[in-house]
Design a protein around this ligand. Structure first.
Ligand SMILES: [Mg+2]
Length: 171
């Protein structure tokens, strides 16, 4: 049960994710969260650095899909003219959005890594479907009000996982 919340890997920021490293692991697609993973939850726009990161992934032959629980308006405004595909109101951790992403990307669960800042939505959802998972440190310490309960649950789960020696990193 608790293992379902444990990410396969952990990074400070998405910019530490190197396309070549993903390819070595046989990963062909990245399903990424938006809020507090790519930009702060209250920041509307794509950044040049992110655009470059998306291009690096594409050049390496790795597909990307943004999978967000946020609204169409929010996600569409963020992606703008970048043509990065997205699924909004994904209802993570439910399987629906993850399966839809897998289907639209034409990939298998083993080919995919889920990247996100929340254990109870991104990591739990991806793990349950048998995808690879990577936890990112949230960009903003503050969250949308709706995320506060998730963070409380997350702190509890993290402390349990640390006590078992499953996690080697600090907050
Ligand atoms: Mg998030």
């Amino acid at each position: 049960m608790l293992k379902n919340f444990l990410p396969d890997a952990h990074v400070e920021s998405v910019f530490q994710i190197q396309p070549e490293k993903l390819k070595e692991k046989g990963i062909k697609g990245v399903i990424t969260d938006l809020d507090n993973t790519l930009v702060a939850w209250n920041k509307a726009d794509m950044t040049p650095e992110l655009l470059q990161w998306f291009n690096q992934l594409r050049d390496a032959g790795i597909s990307v899909m943004i999978l967000s629980n946020n609204s169409k308006k929010r996600v569409r405004k963020f992606t703008g003219t970048s043509e990065v595909p997205y699924i909004f109101r994904a209802l993570k951790p439910a399987g629906y959005g993850f399966r839809r992403a897998m289907h639209e990307m034409g990939l298998k669960k083993d080919d995919l890594i889920v990247v996100g800042d929340q254990i109870v939505t991104d990591i739990y959802g991806g793990n349950r479907l048998g995808m690879h998972t990577m936890l990112v440190v949230p960009i903003d310490r503050n969250d949308a009000p709706a995320t506060k309960l998730n963070r409380m649950i997350e702190r509890f789960l993290l402390s349990r996982m640390r006590r078992r020696g499953w996690m080697k990193w600090e907050d």
